[in-house]
Structure formats: C-alpha cells, structure tokens
Design a protein around this ligand. Structure first.
Ligand code: KMH
Ligand code: ZN
Length: 308
C-alpha cells in the first residue's frame, strides 16, 4: 500500500508574469485566498513567493510575506513553505529575509546554480500589462540562478540548524542529486529527505518520462531512502506528476509552474489544478495526504514553532 500522496501547490512563484494570466495571484490578499482555497482542495503543502502588489513583480520583501502567512495559517492547516529561491535577480540575503523573519516549517532549497531560461516567454508577442515584464524575462538569457555550495551550506546552517526548517530539496538535473548525496553523506542534510524532481526548466533536465526515470534511478542509486515529489513546467505538470505518483511519489501543482488546466485552457485558480490532480490520484486508488500526515512523514516542527 502506497503512502498517502502529498500534494504541494505553488501558488504564484516568480516565473510567470501578470500579462500571461489574469488568474496569477499578486497581492497578499490574493496570494492568501489562493493558498487557502488550494489547501481546502487538498494541498497539504503550499509553496509561497511574494509579489509587489502594485505591479506583480517578484518581491523578496518580508513585510509582504508577513501579510499573507498569518492570514493563511488562520484559515487552514496546510504546511507553509517559504521559497529561498526567490528569483534569479535577487541576492542571497534578499532571498533569505522572509524565511529568517517567518521561521516556517519548510523552505525550498535549490541544489545548485544553473541557467534558468524564461526568455522564450519574453520573446512571444503579447500585450504587456507592465513595462518590467519583457525585460525581466529576457534578462534570464544572461543571468545565473545561483546556489553555490557556499550558498547551500549557508541556507542549511541559517534556516535548518538555526530555525529547525526542513527543506523541499529541488533538483533540476541529475548533477543536483550528487550534490544532495554529498550533503547527506556528510550529515549536513539529515533525513527524512523530501526531494522535488524539477522537470522542464530551460537549463535543467527536460520534461519527459525518460528523464524522470533517469532522475529516479539516479536518486535510488545515490540517495537510497527518500520521499520524492514531481513538478514539471507547463502542462506536463499533470502527466509527469501522475507518473511520479504511480512510481510511489508525491506531486506539486500550482500556477508557479503551469498556468493551464488543460490544452488551450488557462487554470482559473490554483485550487482547480489541485482538484484535478486530486481526482487523478484518487481515481488511481491512492489517498491524498492531510497536512498532519505530511508533517509526520517529513519530520516538520509544527505550527506552534513558526514565527508568524
Ligand atoms: N518554480 C520552480 C521551477 C524556489 O522557489 O526555490 C522553482 C522553485 C524555486 O520553486
Ligand atoms: Zn518557488
């Protein structure tokens, strides 16, 4: 019998821009209500970024995070996961500011530096809502999404050792798995491991069944005992996510990684994507994990110990 499936929902992120979908949450109120609805639809974990409420630009401002974190906590029991990736245009200090303030149960941790190409979306002709959008996307042609070994160690020491945060360990290619194995061998990262296979980012591994199998085989060989989840950029969010579930893993959906619900159809909300993957999971005969089950499996410190 498989463990109940942990659905993570990443509600806004820093990849898409407001012109791409009117449903992308931007203000703290929008982010809170999308997160609460996603949790009610079945997400045990909600992965969070902030945006400037005036223009939708990705923001690292801890004051913005502190507007939606308590609001979400007041309305649902979901595990709140604060991004430490932010966006590739933020410094490490900026990226860590919100998590340092909020001391959440969980944070994302990207297991390496890489190219992170959003420029194909900037080159598509469209009516831009805000002046910053095409420049932001096109600038990723010449920006490194940075997490050096020193950055990773600093995040683990500061948030992990200092705040008892556990991590969504995001691996975008097989090389990142070797980095994760290194830190496990040296007991700098300690189990339980929650590994996120990130498929289809331009600069990382492609979004295909073959590449997911390669990631899984590499993780089995290098890491051994771990929990995993699958996210894919774009509509393969649902197909590769389903494959992850069938392989014994968990799944991440949300407008951070994919704006659509089906071919040619924008998702009207994060909750619609959660409801869709939940239907699939349950049709396959698996249970969906509650936040309490996710907390227990991932060894989280609990909401009594967060700073918001
Ligand atoms: N949107 C994902 C591909 C982070 O927040 O640390 C990357 C992500 C990074 O989730
Ligand atoms: Zn993220």
């Amino acid at each position: 019998m498989n463990d109940p499936v942990i659905i993570t929902c990443a509600v806004t992120g820093s990849i898409h821009t407001p012109s791409m979908s009117p449903h992308l949450p931007v203000t703290p109120d929008e982010i809170a209500s999308e997160a609460i609805a996603a949790a009610r639809a079945g997400a045990a974990i909600v992965h969070l970024h902030a945006r400037d409420p005036l223009n939708g630009m990705p923001s690292a401002d801890p004051d913005l995070f502190m507007q939606f974190l308590p609001a979400i906590k007041a309305e649902c029991d979901a595990v709140l996961n604060v991004s430490t990736g932010g966006s590739s245009r933020m410094s490490l200090d900026q990226r860590l500011a919100a998590a340092r303030r909020a001391s959440p149960e969980m944070c994302s941790l990207n297991m390496g530096s890489m190219n992170f190409g959003l420029f194909p979306m900037g080159e598509k002709p469209r009516a831009w809502k805000h002046e910053w959008e095409p420049g932001f996307l096109n600038s990723t042609r010449d920006i490194v999404f940075k997490n050096t070994f020193a950055d990773i160690e600093a995040i683990l020491a500061d948030l992990g050792d200092g705040h008892g945060v556990r991590f969504e360990l995001e691996c975008y290619d097989v090389g990142h798995l070797q980095t994760l194995a290194h830190y496990l061998d040296h007991k700098i990262i300690k189990p339980p491991v929650f590994l996120q296979f990130v498929m289809g980012v331009l600069g990382g591994i492609d979004a295909s069944a073959e590449s997911l199998m390669a990631m899984k085989a590499t993780a089995d060989r290098l890491i051994g005992d771990y929990h995993f989840s699958v996210l894919s950029a774009g509509l393969k969010q649902f197909t590769l996510g389903t494959m992850g579930v069938i392989l014994g893993g968990n799944v991440r959906v949300g407008l951070e990684d994919n704006l659509r619900l089906s071919r040619g159809e924008l998702a009207k909300s994060n909750a619609d994507q959660v409801a869709k993957i939940r239907r699939v999971v349950e049709e396959l005969g698996f249970d969906v994990a509650t936040p309490a089950q996710a907390r227990q499996r991932l060894g989280l410190k609990g909401t009594a110990n967060v700073g918001y």
